[in-house]
Design a binder for this molecule. Structure first.
Ligand SMILES: C[S@@+](CC[C@H](N)C(=O)[O-])C[C@H]1O[C@@H](n2cnc3c(N)ncnc32)[C@H](O)[C@@H]1O
Length: 271
């Protein structure tokens, strides 16, 4: 990143005020009022306080730019399938890099039993902040497990348990090789038989560079289009003796004036 890019990035990644497009926040605000019992006129102040506490733990743009309040999964065409799977005789839903665990709360409200829900994160401080945000310490919505999915430290007890993994804004934190490692770790979470799908979204790129060029330019994070995302999962499949089919769509993801990037929303299904 040049100095100018860096300045734009710094300005972009922390947005002081709540987004104007409040319709993107409607699921989260409804949860905070109805599930958490926070009075309507206190919700904004409450999320401001919690956002800044989380920002102090680690300054991810998804925190600085309020993206954790956009429970996008509930508005995707995948959501009815997710609910149906979890209400049947399936394995668990594991939210990898769950941060506050907002998606897990939405699933509880939509009728998924808590024993079917798990959140994994590198930073357990986010679990505590999730309880504070949603005021549900006395009725945990899910099991929360601290683990480093990249180094493989922790979370082994979850291996072989999942039908669905949710991975939002996680793979894009890393370069190609680390994404392969993360993909391999994720495949171990699934039950050996039956449905196995990774749902999620992340920052994308309509024209990612060839991997060789990407590496030789010293670029770090790899942002995908559907073709490169399939390539990555082919590599994960080769390393794990499994086969994965990507269904992905580039989405408009208005990320700010100077840092506009598309997003990519996906389902990656074991064949
Ligand atoms: C950008 S945030 C996305 C949070 C959430 N999925 C969302 O969409 O709002 C990335 C999350 O991944 C977690 N994370 C980063 N590296 C990780 C790792 N190696 N293992 C497990 N979690 C990790 C971070 O702590 C953070 O909570």
């Amino acid at each position: 990143m040049t100095e100018v890019d860096r300045a734009d990035y710094e300005e972009w990644r922390y947005q002081e005020s709540l987004p104007d497009e409040r319709n993107q926040l409607e699921h989260a605000f409804r949860l905070l009022e109805t599930y958490s019992g926070i009075p309507h006129d206190e919700v904004e102040e409450h999320v401001r306080v919690l956002r800044d506490k989380a920002w102090a733990v680690f300054p991810y743009p998804c925190i600085g730019r309020w993206r954790f309040l956009n429970i996008y999964l509930a508005s995707t065409p995948y959501y009815p399938e997710i609910l149906q799977t979890l209400k049947g005789e399936s394995g668990v839903f594991i939210d990898v890099g769950c941060c506050f665990g907002q998606v897990l709360r939405q699933l509880v409200v939509d009728g998924v039993p808590s024993p079917k829900l798990v959140g994994i994160d590198l930073r357990p401080e986010f679990f505590e902040l999730g309880y504070e945000l949603f005021r549900d310490q006395d009725r945990p919505p899910a099991k929360f497990v601290a683990a480093d999915l990249l180094s493989g430290e922790g979370g082994d007890e979850l291996n072989g348990t999942a039908s669905i993994v949710h991975a939002a804004s996680v793979f894009h934190l890393f370069g190609w090789e680390d994404q392969v490692k993360l993909g391999v770790r994720v495949t171990k979470l699934f039950r050996p038989e039956g449905e196995a799908v990774v749902f999620g979204r992340q920052v994308g790129n309509y024209e990612p560079k060839e991997l060789e060029e990407h590496t030789s330019l010293g670029l770090k994070r790899y942002f995908h289009n559907p073709e490169t995302w399939q390539k990555l999962w082919d590599e994960v499949g080769n390393l794990t003796g499994s086969k994965w089919k990507v269904d992905a769509t580039m989405i408009d993801w208005v990320l700010g004036t100077k840092m506009n990037r598309p997003g990519i929303r996906f389902a990656v299904r074991r064949q």
